[in-house]
Design a protein around this ligand. Structure first.
Ligand code: UN1
Length: 490
């Protein structure tokens, strides 16, 4: 079994606690590797290393930083099969999606590497003669990146890639469920030429390692993807120290199907959106809002297709849905299924933990569809599993009202053949991401990603917005008039 320490200042080192934890395959319980359980002291050592590496990394030309990221992307491309299988083994998503996770990481690294030749500022005239004004984007300093388990390659690359291209150094805490993917990423970035101390990884529990990252006075910005409760905790603590905080905190994403929708597309869309990644995407379709005129037809076809989904070993390419990522996740999903039944939701298919040989050692839950009424907890709270709540509506206004009446606002979708309605929905849906005639999942890396309301605090990842998350703006005034000129004073 592979054994990993913490990665501090370019070395793999033991944790000061001496304690370790293991990462396991959620499909069969197999232990994959052992990791060091980091402490507050370890985070402080990592922050110190990152602080020392910062002045040189800041001076390292941004296009050269980009070359390192491009090289990392090339290594990942060459090892895509193996890394995709690792994502599947450690996190449980089916193999096509495991490779997709790696591809999204590659896409982002390639995209953001090019930003090394941009990092554009503005030039603008001065109100005074013989004077020029411009803005520069500068790194923030040492930043903390805290990443989730559901995209163990892509989301870390969004954060690390963006922070690195901007010239920051990093203390990185990956999710405790997926440290092996994180360790491979570190090895790849090291092999690509990242200097020692620029990226430091501390594995271990959120209450200790995450907390220390938030509390360390030298870590000036935090980028976090995870739950609303943790996001609020981080935001409130970090704000007292005036740290920059970027949050991406999940969703309760609706797909609306209008009476004039292309039914084949709408059904393919919801199957992929709701049950892809076993529903464990922040962008997963968790509510299907259907116009009453097509309700029976959609439901009849959707149920038939859902019952035919193959649940099983995620490494088998014929399998559609793998396990959920952990026992804790399984308990949470099953609890929500129970809640749904208690509040009067009707289970139309699924609803149970799968048992028997194939499933005995893993966390498999049947793809589940509830007939629900908007307002039930299963229509409003994030479940993060293969559970879809279906809501019948009379018209567009009611559909949008239900879609928007949740505390989240990450992704959203409408299927309609009516171009006017499509454009109205683009304006009406309260979400950071809206799809027309496409499912709620599958955002591309060169567009901003994030949401409104409790999904975050207004920041966005990916796209050019990623640069804003990790830079400070400096305004520069160059006076070449050779005399003292006083702005605003005549
Ligand atoms: C997430 O679930 O945290 O749009 C990220 C998507 C993916 C990213 C999801 N590109 O579904």
């Amino acid at each position: 079994m592979e054994k990993y320490g913490l990665y501090i200042n370019g070395e793999w080192v033991k944790s000061s606690s001496g304690r370790t934890f293991e990462t396991k395959n959620p499909a069969n319980g197999e232990t994959l590797a052992s990791f060091a359980e980091g402490t507050r002291e370890d985070v402080f050592k990592a922050a110190e290393a990152a602080g020392k590496a910062f002045p040189n990394w800041k001076q390292f030309p941004a296009p050269k930083r980009g070359e390192i990221l491009l090289k990392a992307a090339a290594i990942m491309r060459a090892r895509k099969e193996e890394l995709g299988a690792l994502v599947t083994k450690e996190m449980g998503k089916v193999i096509a999606e495991g490779k997709g996770d790696v591809q999204e990481a590659i896409d982002f690294l390639e995209y953001i590497a090019g930003e090394g030749r941009r990092l554009l500022g503005e030039t603008t005239p001065s109100e005074l003669p013989g004077k020029l004004c411009l803005t520069l984007k500068q790194p923030i300093g040492v930043v903390g990146c805290i990443t989730p388990w559901n995209f163990p390659m892509a989301v870390p690359c969004w954060k690390l890639g963006a922070a690195l291209i901007c010239g920051n150094t990093i203390v990185y805490k990956p999710a405790t469920l997926t440290p092996l993917c994180a360790a491979k990423l570190i090895e790849i970035l090291e092999q690509a030429g990242l200097p020692a101390g620029v990226l430091n990884m501390v594995t271990g529990p959120a209450e200790v390692v995450g907390e220390a990252i938030v509390q360390h006075p030298g870590i000036r910005a935090i980028s976090f993807t995870g739950s609303v409760a943790t996001g609020k905790d981080i935001y409130s603590k970090a704000s007292r120290m005036l740290k920059r905080v970027g949050l991406e905190l999940g969703g309760r994403n609706p797909q609306i199907v209008m009476e004039d929708a292309n039914m084949d597309l709408a059904i393919e869309g919801v199957l992929f959106g709701a049950f892809g990644t076993a529903g464990q995407r922040c962008t997963a379709t968790s509510r299907l809002i259907i116009h009453e005129k097509v309700y029976d037809e959609v439901m009849e076809r959707l149920l038939r297709r859902t019952k035919a989904l193959k649940v099983g070993d995620p490494l088998d390419p014929k399998v559609d849905v793998g396990p959920v990522a952990s026992r804790e996740q399984e308990d949470k999903v099953l609890k929500y299924i129970q809640i749904g039944m208690e509040e009067g939701g009707k289970i139309l298919c699924g609803g149970k933990k799968l048992k028997g040989n194939l499933y005995e050692k893993g966390f498999f839950i049947e793809p589940t569809i509830f007939e629900a009424k908007h307002g039930m907890r299963i229509t409003k709270e994030e479940i993060f599993g293969p559970v879809l709540a279906v809501i019948k509506v009379r018209e567009y206004g009611e559909a949008v009202k239900a879609a928007n009446d949740v505390e989240y606002g990450l992704s959203s979708s409408i299927y309609t053949g009516n171009v006017n309605l499509a454009f109205r929905a683009i304006q009406d849906l309260e979400a950071g991401v809206t799809y027309i005639n496409a499912p709620t999942i599958g955002a591309e890396v060169h567009l901003p990603f994030g949401g409104v309301k409790n999904t975050g605090n207004g920041t966005r990842e990916a796209g050019t917005e990623a640069i804003h998350e990790f830079t400070e703006i400096k305004s520069v005034f160059v006076d070449f008039s050779g005399r003292l000129q006083k702005a605003q004073i005549t």
